[in-house]
Design a protein around this ligand. Structure first.
Ligand SMILES: Cc1ncc(COP(=O)(O)O)c(C=O)c1O
Length: 330
């Protein structure tokens, strides 16, 4: 069995996260498999989410390197930036966020939280050169005598991927304790670290569970290649002589509506259904779209070969407040 305990983490306290059954959602859908959520939205730091699992390893590396200022990048409503900023503050570090987009008139959702936690914000427009700007900021900080640490988008590097290997290892144990067997698991996939980790975790610790990535930003061929590449980099990083091909990875690209960040009607309906049946909050950019895919396949009976199906709740609900226009009517 794969052992990742040799890699330092900042805080073992953020996991394990709960595994919860969703019986009312199952009843509402009238589906055969039992449904469960892995509550990675409850990973305590900065309102929770999947990035905390990755940052648990990545920020430990920043600490080990003596960093005192963190620099990262993503969109203006980034959950990744929120969690990275929260970790930086908890570790007494400053934090620059390089945001690919323009500054909106009103600060809401994640952007509101960046303002409250006091990050240095750099709006670089949709097509700005995020990596170039991060390097420039790092250079300025070095000249001031500081020690910057760059966290790539989504913390989707092999060290961060370990966070999702760990999540699946938890699932394997929790499923055994609960007496269920998951045949399928769903998660949103963007910068690919979450799916890459889940793929390795499943192969090493729970091979009966097939991982379904629901793409939030690119076509299935592109996303499969991205996930496979990161799986292979991580296997190499772990010193495990294994590789996967893009063809071994499952990605669904018909549920994100063709544009990252823009809500779909099915996603909005999924958010309402899960809110009204289970009291769980999803989001319009990631988990609502992933849930709409899982619901569609459940309704088609495509997952009926499994006794139970798992949904990785990766967080993201602060984005609801930045897209409140979709929820004004009951
Ligand atoms: C809530 C949420 N779910 C899923 C993802 C996708 O994870 P990954 O970037 O590791 O593919 C993100 C990434 O930002 C996210 O914020």
């Amino acid at each position: 069995m794969l052992d990742i305990s040799r890699f330092p983490r900042v805080s073992p306290a953020i996991c394990p996260t709960p595994l919860e059954e969703l019986p009312r959602l199952r009843k509402a859908l009238g589906c055969r498999p039992r449904l469960f959520a892995k509550r990675d939205d409850t990973t305590t730091v900065g309102l929770g989410g999947n990035k905390n699992r990755k940052l648990n390893f990545v920020m430990a590396d920043a600490l080990a390197q003596g960093a005192d200022v963190i620099i990262t990048t993503a969109g203006v409503q980034s959950n990744h930036c929120r969690q990275t900023l929260a970790w930086s503050r908890r570790l007494g570090m400053d934090c620059h966020l390089v945001l690919t987009g323009d500054e909106p008139k009103v600060r809401q959702g994640n952007l509101l939280i960046f303002t409250i936690m006091g990050a240095d914000l750099h709006f670089i427009g949709e097509n700005g050169d995020a990596e170039g700007v991060m390097e420039q900021i790092a250079e300025q900080e070095r000249r001031r005598g500081r020690k910057p640490y760059l966290v790539p988008i989504g913390a989707s590097v092999p060290l961060g991927v370990l966070g999702y290997v760990e999540s699946v290892m938890e699932v394997a144990k929790q499923a055994g304790e609960a007496g269920v067997q998951f045949g399928h698991a769903f998660l949103p996939t963007g910068s690919a670290g979450t799916q890459a980790g889940a793929e390795i975790g499943a192969r090493e610790a729970y091979p009966v569970m097939r991982i379904h990535g629901v793409s939030v930003s690119r076509d299935a061929a592109g996303q499969k290649a991205k996930v496979a590449d990161l799986v292979n980099q991580t296997y190499a990083f772990l010193g495990i002589a294994k590789t996967v091909d893009a063809g071994d990875i499952i990605v669904h690209d018909e549920y994100y509506g063709g544009t990252y960040g823009v809500a779909t009607q099915a996603g909005i309906e999924a958010i309402k259904l899960v809110g009204r049946t289970e009291g769980l909050l999803l989001d319009p950019v990631y988990t609502g779209k992933a849930m709409s895919g899982m619901i569609d396949l459940l309704k088609k009976g495509a997952l009926d070969d499994a006794g139970a199906v798992l949904f990785f709740h990766t967080g993201g609900s602060p984005a609801l407040f930045a897209q409140a226009e979709h929820f004004q009517k009951p």
